[in-house]
Design a protein around this ligand. Structure first.
Ligand SMILES: *[C@@H]1O[C@H](CO)[C@@H](O)[C@H](O)[C@H]1NC(C)=O
Ligand SMILES: *[C@@H]1O[C@H](CO)[C@@H](O)[C@H](O)[C@H]1NC(C)=O
Ligand SMILES: *[C@@H]1O[C@H](CO)[C@@H](O)[C@H](O)[C@H]1NC(C)=O
Ligand SMILES: *[C@@H]1O[C@H](CO)[C@@H](O)[C@H](O)[C@H]1NC(C)=O
Ligand SMILES: *[C@@H]1O[C@H](CO)[C@@H](O)[C@H](O)[C@H]1NC(C)=O
Ligand SMILES: *[C@@H]1O[C@H](CO)[C@@H](O)[C@H](O)[C@H]1NC(C)=O
Ligand SMILES: *[C@@H]1O[C@H](CO)[C@@H](O)[C@H](O)[C@H]1NC(C)=O
Ligand SMILES: *[C@@H]1O[C@H](CO)[C@@H](O)[C@H](O)[C@H]1NC(C)=O
Ligand SMILES: *[C@@H]1O[C@H](CO)[C@@H](O)[C@H](O)[C@H]1NC(C)=O
Length: 887
């Protein structure tokens, strides 16, 4: 019996223990579960929070318990879980909860004031939620808080004075909110404060509370991009522990306290950029008095800084750009051992750059453009191996470029334009990462160093407005230069042919001795070689005759101007010809070539196009126009020359022409893939959206070049998909452009009227105005864009209403969800948003009212914005530096 009894009581005891034990622990678990009840958790991140799960609640997601003196929840970290709903008061029942982090969620409510009931709470982080409304006076109830992070919410209104009662605060972050008014002077109480962040509060209108200067433990003071005005308080000299000071992008004015420099001994980052600060900068900042007196700052100094000098010895970033500072730039900065970044552009600083720069062994980036710096580029510059950007344009720097000025192996951007530099440009061999070099507007002499051509990523090269002489190094044409400017120098000789294409002509101007295509001066030494060939020809174009029999002579020239008229009689009449390219073709080839077999397409309004194969295997396209106009030969020649000077990657080149009284042959470069029109009309037409967008952008760019950038401001007047040729990579090229210039306006109008009056590409106003406009081209472009979007031809012969794509599109988009039906169904849905945006552009281009159509430049920009930003070259440049663009 006794055994039974004992057994029972043991059982009872253990049962009781079980019940007790479970009820003790279930209370914290219950608190957590009831907290979870009011939270929406779309990702089911809190699935472990369940009394059915085997895990102990201390092992639930985000929970940390302390083990001594007893097992109890001390920290709840639920950041970045897409949570929303309500932050329930019940969480304060966790008696030992010290840390609550709900950052990066979607809590959408006023400041959760009830959390001030959590008696042990020390750290509250609700950063980056949707918290709204003002900070209530009762904020003072958070007596126990050390860390308060309300940043990145929609908190508005004034900061209440009562916040001054939070005397234990170490971190106060109210950054990136909508706070307004002036900041109360309550900081005297915050003796423990280490981080104060009031940045990015655009509606603040406040002077900088001077009692911030009493925060002896403050390490980070972040007041940037808020509405602070007035002076930097003199009291800031008391911020002895400060590591990061950011006062940038405010409305601060006045002078910087003169003793500030010597006070901020631990500073790593100093940023007062983009204010209205003025006067001379405290010259003692970071200076080493001993060294200065010895004059070492202006001489080459080759040694370590004595240990006793610890001022600014931690400084890495110094940013004072875009203010109104004047006077000497603090010279001590240039030789700090940890300095990485110096930005002082757009001030009026004076002074010289000391040779002791070589001691700044960590220096990465220097921007001091648009100041009054004088003196020479220091020899020390080339010894800094980490320097990747040095831009000092618009200063008074003079003397020669030191031979080592581009020796840093990571150097990417150099801009010394608009100074008074003289002497020669040194050979630059070591800076293999150089992307951008601008030495424009100096007095440099000598030749362009051929070694520039060996810099593999050089993309921007501006040497304009100097006194450079000699020829342009042949090798430069092998670089992928996006900008190349040597205008206004004394360069001479032949321009390397490949440099010319795709770049605007103005980059060569002001060099009277340069010769080549597109320049006033042809390379005259080419002419004698061709003279021999005259008289050999008897048929068709003189072009044949020139090359006939000595075509080989022309091989070397590559790309040059041959500009000479020949004349002879045949049964076809008197022929004149002008060529801009060495066409290695025999007369036989050409004449035999121009037959039905070589005819391309069914011939446009103005005449047929023939493909002629040159013996070299090269193909050219020859357009035969009926010369019904009565342009004088002289006018005709000058007009074709105008067209032949066009150099743009999206416009086919005119290689030459010849004409008689009856006909004009225009010789164009040939493109393998044929026209966009041919492509679209194929039953199996299939082209992914990125290629179609590329074609649209190319066409827009070519057109924009004609309208806006080409000196003569041409109109195309005949844009349609059959006049858009494609190369291997689907890069489009406009052809058949500006034929009005060739045949004359009257003949042009007649032809248009007779053959294409009802073309879908013609703007409605074509019917009643005689004057051609840019808007008409934009309209035609819009139709082509619609063809690309819809994947169908505009002009479909079989359909009665000229297959009017526009009517069809307008009908569709007027019904619900109709726009989507316009999109080519062969393209995957993932491109739908972009295609709809392009459709919108096309609709604007084809507005019935000409004045409602955008300019082609606007169209180009809109289309470009649809391209996902993944281009290699772009991303390369943007990795150079985040917040400044090299060009
Ligand atoms: C979480 O939120 C982000 C941002 O709104 C959203 O993109 C993502 O789809 C959400 N995840 C889930 C599972 O809801
Ligand atoms: C979990 O606990 C809640 C209340 O604390 C209770 O209503 C519920 O039935 C419990 N679920 C399970 C599976 O025990
Ligand atoms: C939490 O889980 C770990 C292993 O998963 C286990 O060792 C530990 O005992 C658990 N803690 C509690 C309090 O249950
Ligand atoms: C609050 O949480 C965010 C998001 O994790 C974090 O970036 C921030 O540093 C936290 N604030 C504090 C004061 O620790
Ligand atoms: C400083 O804190 C005390 C005690 O909380 C409070 O009474 C006082 O108003 C505070 N001072 C300021 C300037 O906020
Ligand atoms: C900057 O301050 C001046 C007066 O000091 C004021 O007129 C101006 O509106 C302020 N600008 C901004 C953007 O706050
Ligand atoms: C100067 O520095 C160079 C390179 O670091 C070193 O080779 C040379 O010995 C140094 N000269 C003196 C005088 O210290
Ligand atoms: C140069 O700086 C002045 C202010 O010092 C500014 O007004 C001017 O626009 C700047 N020039 C350039 C080209 O940035
Ligand atoms: C070089 O500086 C000048 C003047 O500040 C500026 O106009 C030009 O865009 C800069 N060039 C490059 C390539 O950064």
């Amino acid at each position: 019996m006794a055994t039974t009894c004992t057994y029972t009581s043991v059982l009872c005891l253990s049962l009781a223990f079980l019940i007790l034990g479970s009820s003790a622990s279930s209370s914290e678990a219950d608190i957590l579960l009831s907290f979870k009840d009011s939270i929406q958790d779309p990702k089911n991140s809190l699935s472990s929070w369940s009394n059915s799960s085997n895990a102990h609640y201390c092992n639930w997601t985000g929970i940390t318990c302390s083990t001594s003196p007893s097992l109890t929840v001390t920290s709840l970290n639920l950041q970045s879980l897409n949570l929303s709903g309500e932050i329930s008061y019940s969480i304060c029942d966790l008696a030992n909860l010290a840390l609550l982090n709900l950052a990066d969620n979607f809590f959408n409510q006023p400041i959760p004031l009830h959390l001030s009931q959590c008696s042990s709470l020390e750290s509250l982080n609700v950063s980056n939620n949707l918290i709204w409304g003002p900070i209530p006076d009762q904020i003072s109830q958070f007596q126990s808080l050390r860390v308060l992070d309300f940043s990145k919410n929609h908190i508005e209104g004034r900061i209440p004075e009562s916040i001054g009662s939070l005397v234990k605060l170490q971190v106060l972050n109210l950054g990136s909110n909508l706070l307004s008014g002036s900041v109360p002077t309550v900081f005297v109480n915050f003796t423990e404060l280490v981080v104060l962040d009031l940045s990015q509060n655009l509606y603040l209108m406040s002077d900088v509370p001077s009692d911030i200067g009493r925060l002896g433990k403050l390490e980070q003071l972040l007041l940037q991009s808020s509405g602070f005005y007035g002076q930097i308080p003199h009291s800031f000299v008391g911020l002895q522990s400060l590591i990061i000071l950011d006062l940038s992008q405010n409305n601060l004015s006045g002078v910087v306290p003169q003793t500030l420099g010597s006070s901020l001994k631990n500073l790593v980052s100093f940023d007062v950029s983009q204010n209205k600060l003025l006067g001379s900068f405290p010259n003692d900042i970071c200076s080493a008095p001993g060294l200065k007196n010895l004059g070492l700052h202006t001489n080459f100094f080759n040694g370590s800084i004595p240990n006793s000098i610890n001022e600014c010895s931690n400084l890495e970033r110094f940013q004072v750009q875009n203010n109104e500072f004047s006077g000497d730039f603090p010279g001590g900065l240039w030789s700090l051992s940890k300095i990485k970044l110096i930005r002082a552009e757009n001030n009026r600083f004076s002074g010289a750059l000391p040779d002791s720069m070589s001691m700044a062994a960590q220096l990465e980036q220097v921007q001091i453009d648009n100041n009054s710096f004088t003196g020479k580029i220091p020899q020390g510059l080339g010894l800094v191996k980490s320097l990747y950007r040095f831009s000092a344009s618009l200063n008074g720097l003079y003397g020669e470029l030191p031979p080592n000025f581009c020796d840093s192996p990571v150097m990417s951007i150099i801009n010394l334009s608009h100074n008074s530099l003289s002497g020669q440009i040194p050979e630059m061999k070591k800076c293999r990462k150089l992307v951008s070099l601008s030495l424009a507007n100096n007095s440099l002499t000598g030749e362009i160093p051929p070694s520039l051509a060996d810099l593999p990523v050089l993309t921007y090269l501006d040497l304009s407005d100097n006194n450079l002489s000699g020829s342009i190094p042949e090798g430069l044409q092998n670089l992928k230069l996006a900008l190349f400017n040597v205008s206004f120098n004394q360069l001479s000789g032949e321009v390397p042919p490949a440099l010319v294409s795709g770049l605007p002509a103005s980059f060569l101007e002001g060099n009277p001795s340069l010769c080549g295509p597109g320049l006033p001066k042809p390379c005259s030494d080419d002419l004698p070689r061709h003279r021999n060939s005259f008289g050999l020809s008897s048929l068709a174009c003189a072009l044949i005759s020139i090359a006939f029999g000595l075509g080989i002579l022309l091989v070397a020239a590559g790309f040059f101007v041959f500009n000479r008229s020949t004349k002879w009689k045949s049964e076809m009449g008197s022929w004149h010809s002008v060529f801009f390219y060495p066409l290695r073709v025999t007369e036989h080839d050409l004449v035999m070539g121009m037959d039905e077999k070589s005819a391309v397409g069914n011939g446009g309004a103005f005449g047929r196009v023939y493909t002629i194969c040159l013996p070299s295997g090269e193909l050219v396209a020859v357009k035969k126009l009926v010369n019904i106009g009565n342009q004088s030969p002289k006018a005709l020649k000058s007009e074709v020359k105008t067209l032949a000077k066009i150099r743009h990657k999206n416009i086919t080149k005119v290689l030459g022409f010849c004409h008689s009284e009856e006909s004009i042959f225009l010789i164009y470069e040939y493109l393998q893939k044929g026209s966009l029109g041919d492509l679209i009309s194929r039953p199996d037409f299939q082209l992914q959206w990125s290629d179609r967008l590329k074609i649209a952008i190319g066409v827009a760019q070519g057109l924009a070049y004609l309208h806006k950038h080409y000196v003569c401001h041409l109109l195309h007047r005949n844009i349609k998909s059959t006049n858009i040729l494609l190369d291997e990579d689907f890069e489009p090229k406009l052809t058949d452009y500006s034929l009005d210039r060739i045949v004359g306006e009257a003949a042009f109008q007649t032809t248009v009227a007779s053959e294409s009056a009802f073309s879908c590409y013609n703007a409605p106003e074509c019917g009643y105005t005689k004057k051609a406009t840019e808007q008409m081209d934009v309209y035609s472009f819009g139709v082509v864009l619609l063809e690309l979007i819809a994947g169908r031809q505009a002009d479909r012969a079989e359909s009665a209403d000229c297959g009017d794509i526009l009517k069809w599109v307008r009908r569709k988009i007027n019904i619900r969800n109709g726009a989507v039906q316009v999109l080519d169904s062969k393209i995957s849905n993932s491109s739908q948003q972009e295609m709809l945006a392009a459709l919108d552009i096309a609709i604007h281009c084809t507005s019935v009212l000409p004045e409602k159509r955008p300019s082609i430049l606007e169209v180009t920009r809109s289309l470009q914005s649809l391209v996902s930003k993944t281009h290699v070259s772009d991303s390369y440049l943007s990795t150079l530096e985040e917040n400044s663009v090299p060009v």
